[in-house]
Design a protein around this ligand. Sequence first.
Ligand SMILES: Cc1cc2nc3c(=O)[nH]c(=O)nc-3n(C[C@H](O)[C@H](O)[C@H](O)COP(=O)(O)OP(=O)(O)OC[C@H]3O[C@@H](n4cnc5c(N)ncnc54)[C@H](O)[C@@H]3O)c2cc1C
Length: 456
Amino acid sequence: MGIELESADVARLREALTGTVYVRGDEGLAAEVACFNPAISHDPDIVVAVASEGDVTEAVRFARDLGLPVRVQSTGHGAEAPIIGGMIVSTRGLDQLSIDAENRLARIGAGVRWAPVIVAAAEHGLAPITGSSTSVGAVGYSLGGGIGPLARRYGFTADWVRGFRVVTADGSVVVADHDTNPELFWALRGGKGGLGVVTEMLLELVALRSLYGGSVFFEGDAIEPALRAWIDWSADLPDEATTSVVLLDVPDMEGPPPPLRGRSVVSVRFAYPGDPVEGERLFAPIRAAAPVYLDFVAEMPATAVASIHNDPEEGGPTWIRGLMLDSFDQDAGDVILELAGPGSGSPFLAAEIRQLGGATARDPEDGTSVGGRDSAYTLSLLAGDPSTFAEAAPARARAIAEALGDRVSAITNVNFAGDLADRAAFEKVWPPAVFDRLEAARSQWDPEKVFAFGPA
Ligand SMILES: Cc1cc2nc3c(=O)[nH]c(=O)nc-3n(C[C@H](O)[C@H](O)[C@H](O)COP(=O)(O)OP(=O)(O)OC[C@H]3O[C@@H](n4cnc5c(N)ncnc54)[C@H](O)[C@@H]3O)c2cc1C
């Protein structure tokens, strides 16, 4: 598939850019658009690895004039399906980052991952509200909302975004914030795609040097009592504390810490950005629930936030399905243990439940388009064996969703939903009124659908 681009057109584009242009067959193209999930490889007609905002403008105008659909990629963590044909604007080169400590703001280029933002902010006793993995791109993550290890205390990361610079479908550069283009600002805080290429994001930081948190692991007979204790304990946690639980079937291979390799475990994660003595008191019932196998919960610097979930830095082949839940009770615990627990024959490496609520349920003053705000939990199912991706993993995920019944929320969130190619799945990513308002914003800012997003 794909089209034959005129070499004179490509030469003109190369001339106009400081970044690099790759067309199908060029060495370096595959590396530029490599995905975190190596089971996915893109095959676009052309890739523009931009080095400046001006490059983005040139690339978008070029694509619009030739009728090439444009997609944006930074780290490739969000790739759920191969991109075939069209243009990929690769934003990795937009790596500018600066901190305005006085106003607690970070100016973050579209190619910047969370890790350097955390380090730069910490020099001033500040922290961004990030996700579980700090190798995820800050902009791509925030455009979908962003549910992280401190979510119940601080909300979605999109709630902390104070502005964007955006290249729109006609190649012009606009600002979107509280005062300028407020509807575009609303749409970008949760609406993710089909609106433009964000070149820069202004993010408010919080004053946070340390927190009480980390993860504990239970194995063998301790798994079930630990999960059951988590269900009741988390239901009464104060909003300042955030927690999640994950059933893990850890492969026996290089990568995971040696004590976990080849074992089935359940891990309870915890983050309390307050007095560590109070944090320890709040977490005590989990430590008392069953014999703890490994305990990494302690006072920690805010810079160690990635150690709460311990997401892998290197991606392997994965199949992932995310749902949101309105409730998670002991009967739901039965479902998870029977269909995804040890000895269940489950194809999943991980079945993770994150508790929401607290600040995630409160839309900030300006409003955002974040999906899933009314949900109480997320459920993510992740398989790692490619032989299960076509049938076993989707079938087991369907069985889990059916068994959870009306606990499954009507709406999910774009960062958790997985492949958006299916219209029914795409429409469930936002509440109906938000979905319609987003479609209106996309029609206004991209009337000719230059930016490909969602189902074809
Ligand atoms: C290991 C891992 C951990 C994760 N943890 C969390 C988590 O804790 N919480 C959470 O909410 N999500 C989480 N996610 C999901 C993640 O937030 C999304 O996959 C997000 O889209 C990744 O953004 P990216 O820029 O890194 O990825 P990319 O694949 O580079 O981009 C993903 C999408 O974002 C959009 N995009 C990116 N940059 C731009 C831009 N400059 N302008 C316009 N659109 C853009 C595009 O639609 C693109 O397809 C995780 C994913 C992984 C793989």
